[in-house]
Design a protein around this ligand. Sequence first.
Ligand code: MG
Length: 208
Amino acid sequence: MSMRIGYGWDSHAFQAGVPLKIGGIAIDHPEGLAGHSDGDVLLHAITDALLGALAVGDIGSFFPPGDPRWKDADSAIFLNLALEELQTAGYRIVNVDTTLVLAAPKIGPISGDMRQRVAELLDIEPNAVGIKAKTPEGLNQDHVAQAHAVVLLEKFDDKSGIGLLEAEIDDPDTVDEVLTKIGVSEGLSSSKSRRLAPLPVFDTEDIT
Ligand code: MG
């Protein structure tokens, strides 16, 4: 089974007068995280981990910080784009593990809610989401929140582009086999498959 791993990291400074949102939940705290979007450092790290696992870029390449459309945007939008990329590539999430690094507020009492919300946003079970938090001991970064995220993906759809590109077609029998596997050759005789062989039938735009 094809599996891929991804890692993401993000940081945002605390700022007075900004609502605090981490992991998709609003947290009662005197300061929030400054950012062009809603500053949800955890969702940004998870988004980057997902995009990184697919090797399709990062959150900044999809959502440039200078773009006015993403001013104060709900970071669930970014996460949803990464999930669409995941679907297109034919992968699903096995599990996600995260670590927040921040002096305050304490995450322990709300980590259950945060885990539940992140699981909902990712459409996976809560037991596939790890939420951990540490204080930045010795880092002199008490006004910054950092988030680290690791994701593991597994392939679920052999009709996707990545699977097709990986297929090696050397002889007509293999062509038949692959065409059958991707569901486009049912009813085709071997001679028809052979006739198709020299053509670019594995152009993913034709099939997906
Ligand atoms: Mg960010």
